[in-house]
Design a protein around this ligand. Structure first.
Ligand code: HAM
Length: 422
C-alpha cells in the first residue's frame, strides 16, 4: 500500500528536515514579535467558496460529513484567520502579529513543487493600515529565508499592487466588476500559452500586448510603494525586493499590496506569497468588524527543493540536523553482571536531562562503541572490569579516564560544560 497521491510519509530523515524548517520558521517569526496560533483542519466549505476564489474552490478536498455538513480540509489559513479575528478581535490589542505552522490540503495535480498535503508558515498582521506593516512583513519573509543560509543571490521578493491593475482596467474602459476574472488571467500569464491568453482577454477587448507592456513598466506603480521602499532601504534590504506588476496573486481577497517570493533562477514555483486583504474580515463578519490585514504563507515543498539545490543551505541543514540528533552519552555494558548498575545510572543521567542510549540486548564491546560513534555520542561510559569505577571515553579524542561510580553523575558534567570543572 502506497500513501495517496500527493501525500508523503515522513521517514526519520524527512521528519528531521521538516522539523529543521519548522524550527527556523518559528524562531524567526518570534524574533519579529509574532505569537503562534492555530485553527481547525476542517472547515465549512462555504468559508472558501465565498472568499478564496475559483482556483482554490476547484482544488478543495471536500466531502459531506456524517451530519450532512459540507466540509473541506483547509487549503489555506487566511479565511480561518479572518473568521477568528471577527469573533475574538476585542480580546487582543492591535495590531495583532500572529503566526501559525501546520498542514494544508489542495486537490491539485501532483507536480514539482505542488502536492496535495503541504505545510505552511503563515504570518499575518491585523489592524495596521500603514506601509510600515507591509515592510515588516517583507523583512520577515526575507529573514525567514536568510535563516536557511540563503542570500540575495538565491531568492527575490517580487512586490506589486493590485490597484495599479484597477487603474489599468479603468484606463481601458473595462468592466471593473470583472476585475477578479481579469487578475486570474494576469496571474497565469506565464503558465498559459499565448493563444489561450488571447482568447481570454478578448472578452475584455484587450490584447496580450496591452497587458505585457504594462508589466514591463514597473514605474507606473512606484508611487504606491514610496513609503514601503523607504522602510526597506532603512533596513538595508533593498537587494531582496523588486517591483513586478506581473504579480497579482491567484486568491480573490487581496485588496492592494501583494508579493511573491521566487528563487532567483526562477526554476521553481513560488516559495511564498501574500499581501493585503483589508476587506476580508468585514466581509466575513457582515461588516460588524472592519480591520485592515495583511500576511503571507510560505510552503515547505518548494523551500525544501531550494534548500536541496543550494549547497550552502543544504550543508547548513545537514550540520544542524546532525548536531540536533547527537546523543550525549552512550553506555557500553562490557560485563552483563553490570547491567543493573548501568541501568540505575542511565535513569539518573536521563533525569538530569542528558540524552543517553545503550544496547537493549547483550552485544560485543566493539559493536557498542561503534554504535556510540554512529549516534554522535560525546562520551561513552564503560561498565566492565574497572567496577566500582567506570571508564569514560571522549569519543572525539579517544582520551580515556576513570571515574568512581558514585561521583559519576557530577563528574560527567565537565564533559559537557567545561566551566563546571573549574
Ligand atoms: P498561496 O500562494 O496559495 O497563498 O500559498 C502560499 C505558499 O504555499 C505558496 O507560495 C507555496 O509555497 C505553498 N503552496 C501552496 N499550494 C501548495 C501545494 N499544493 N503544494 C505545495 N506547496 C503549496 C496562501 O495560501 C495565502 N493564504 C497566503 C496568505 C496568508 N495571504 C495572507 N496571509
Amino acid at each position: 500500500m502506497q500513501p495517496l497521491p500527493g501525500f508523503r510519509d515522513f521517514l526519520p530523515d524527512d521528519c528531521a528536515a521538516r522539523n529543521y524548517i519548522f524550527t527556523r520558521w518559528r524562531d524567526v517569526a518570534r524574533r519579529y514579535g509574532f505569537v503562534e496560533w492555530d485553527g481547525p483542519l476542517l472547515e465549512p466549505t462555504d468559508l472558501y467558496r465565498k472568499k478564496s476564489g475559483e482556483e482554490i474552490v476547484d482544488q478543495l478536498f471536500n466531502f459531506i460529513d456524517k451530519g450532512e455538513r459540507e466540509v473541506a480540509l483547509r487549503p489555506e489559513l487566511t479565511p480561518t484567520l479572518a473568521r477568528v479575528i471577527a469573533a475574538h478581535e476585542r480580546e487582543f490589542k492591535k495590531p495583532l502579529k500572529w503566526f501559525s505552522v501546520g498542514p494544508f490540503f489542495r486537490y491539485e495535480k501532483q507536480q514539482r513543487g505542488r502536492l496535495r498535503e503541504h505545510f505552511q508558515l503563515n504570518c499575518d498582521i491585523v489592524g495596521e493600515a500603514s506601509a510600515a506593516a507591509d515592510a515588516e512583513l517583507i523583512a520577515l519573509v526575507v529573514d525567514v529565508l536568510r535563516s536557511f543560509g540563503f542570500d540575495q543571490s538565491d531568492f527575490i521578493v517580487r512586490v506589486s499592487n493590485r490597484n495599479a491593475w484597477m487603474e489599468f482596467l479603468s484606463f481601458h474602459h473595462c468592466d471593473l466588476s470583472r476585475a477578479g476574472e481579469f487578475l486570474e488571467i494576469v496571474d497565469k500569464l506565464e503558465r498559459m500559452d499565448i493563444s489561450a491568453v488571447e482568447a481570454k482577454l478578448r472578452s475584455f477587448s484587450l490584447k496580450p500586448d496591452d497587458v505585457i507592456s504594462f508589466i514591463q513598466q514597473p514605474h507606473i506603480q512606484s508611487e504606491q510603494f514610496a513609503a514601503l521602499f523607504q522602510e526597506i532601504h532603512f533596513r538595508n534590504l533593498e537587494e531582496f525586493i523588486l517591483l513586478d506588476p506581473g504579480i497579482v496573486r491567484g486568491l480573490a481577497y487581496y485588496t492592494g499590496f501583494v508579493f511573491e517570493v521566487f528563487d532567483r533562477k526562477k526554476k521553481l514555483r513560488a516559495i511564498a506569497g501574500g499581501g493585503r486583504y483589508d476587506n476580508l474580515i468585514a466581509q466575513l463578519s457582515d461588516h460588524a468588524v472592519k480591520m485592515p490585514a495583511l500576511g503571507f504563507a510560505m510552503g515547505d515543498v518548494v523551500l525544501g527543493e531550494l534548500i536541496n539545490e543550494t549547497p550552502r543551505a543544504r550543508d547548513a541543514m545537514k550540520e544542524a540536523i546532525a548536531a540536533e540528533h547527537k546523543i550525549d552519552i552512550y553506555i557500553v555494558i562490557a560485563k552483563e553482571e553490570r547491567r543493573a548498575d548501568a541501568l540505575a545510572q542511565i535513569q539518573k543521567l536521563r533525569d538530569r536531562g542528558y540524552r543517553v542510549d545503550y544496547s537493549l540486548a547483550p552485544a560485543k564491546v566493539g559493536k557498542q562503541f561503534q554504535t556510540a560513534e554512529d549516534l554522535g555520542a560525546t562520551i561513552a561510559l564503560l561498565y566492565g572490569d574497572e567496577w566500582p569505577q567506570v571508564k569514560v571515553k571522549k569519543l572525539a579524542t579517544r582520551e580515556e579516564s576513570l571515574i568512581a561510580h558514585e561521583a559519576l553523575l557530577d563528574d560527567v558534567a565537565k564533559f559537557f560544560n567545561p566551566s563546571a570543572s573549574t
